[in-house]
Design a protein around this ligand. Sequence first.
Ligand SMILES: [Ca+2]
Ligand SMILES: [Ca+2]
Ligand SMILES: [Ca+2]
Length: 519
Amino acid sequence: MIKSVGLTPNMSTPVRETPRTTPQAQVTDSVVLGQNLAVSQEKPQPVPSGVPHPTPLPEDPKVRSWQGETIYFLLIDRFHDGDPNNNHAVNKDDLNRYHGGDLQGVIDKMDYIKSTGATALWITPPMDNQTSFVNSDGYHGYWPVDHFKTDEHVGTMDKFKEFVNTAHEKGLKVLLDIPLNHTAWEHPFYQDPAKHSWFHHNGDVTDWDDPWQSENCSIFGLPDLAQENPEVEKYLIDVGKFWADTGVDGFRLDAVKNVPKAFWDKFNQAMHEHAGPDFYLMGEYYVGDPSKYAQYQHGGMDGLVDYPLYYTIDDVLAKGGSMRQLADRVADCDRKFAKPEMMSAFLDNHDTKRFLTKAGGDRDRLKLALSFQMTLNRIPSVYYGTETSMESDNEGWSESSRRMMDFDNDPDMLAHFQKLGAIRKDSIALREGRLLEMWQDDQVYAYGRVHPQDEAVVVLNNSPHEQTREIPVRAESRLREGMALKELLTGETVTIQNGRIHSKLGGKQAAIYMPLDKL
Ligand SMILES: [Ca+2]
Ligand SMILES: [Ca+2]
Ligand SMILES: [Ca+2]
């Protein structure tokens, strides 16, 4: 079990992907790609969206609600090395060791992040971590030894504040990842006999299906904090207040499943009282059953990452299953989640294989999945490098999904993502509209996004062959007979005839239609 520690630093319970048992990472040449790129001096130009009547997202992140955001998620250590002076014991040849990325690197690449169309940034925990344990480093940030300090590899607290200010100046919100379930072994509290009652002493989780074990036992041996102890509860709420005071716009809460819900309810309430009702709390709850999610949203957690949808995206869009499965999953989740529009849809992350690898390297499948993710009634979270077609190894667990960012790996995929980002940014229908299913069969899924100001219609063809459908306009829609719609990915125009949209799509293609006339 101890060998697995560095391989599952997020401490989540893998539901389908199980941790690898062999510790040796398969390091390939691609690991070192992108590490020595000079900081680009030229600012990337915004991509035109082609949205007929744009309703742009406000530039000032402080006046925006989270619902309209597009999140870019990166591992600080694996994004960009902006300061070689903090490269303590870096080993870029070993995926379980520090690679040298830091806050300065994220600052240096902020224009790139903005150019993708993302509007918010989620970074891994910057707190001071235990340097290493067995054959792994705390590069991921989930092994805190001091919750009130930044790590020496990441940068100083002043650098952190500069990072937050730079993001805000560029119009990006900041979501900070924060681990509250456990500490690292070298945390001084764990060594302190006076703080014995601050931790559970129940041994490791042995049965992942046992909810009591999941909350009260150690994950891979990590010291498990006893949140039911009022002193611990107060301490962790103080940790939250401390980081909220740096000016970040929300938290991504690690390992929700492994902490009693009663703690989360108190923590959520305390954070909203301290930092305001718009301070976004996004939980990581590694569970595929959508019916278990509403309790957390009712308890003040604004949203959670959408694992139920993730598994279906994997089955259908990566592996080519029936689109009926995807349509039914979206409808089922929309019914069961308390606030589906505050949930976050993702294709892959640091605990999964990368989407493109699961799709057998089929780039058309990645493009289709991105088109789905960016037009859905969820907050999209895009994992760094997915927009440039980075891949994982086929073998092993998730460490090969954490290679150093390769900015130049696939300009064509990046252009597709930028286009989708620009469209979402300019369309209130895609950001805030209600989702109405319009069509489903084994190959094709279509939905409308209906907002009082505007509408969009999205049609997705999951078959490798061309498909044509006559999609009926819903009664709830204000799209009417004879109206012309522009398809934003090709620029073609179609006219609504006999109450239907004539949609012809190439294999594995998406269409995003918007009315040329104002509604
Ligand atoms: Ca560095
Ligand atoms: Ca450290
Ligand atoms: Ca726990």
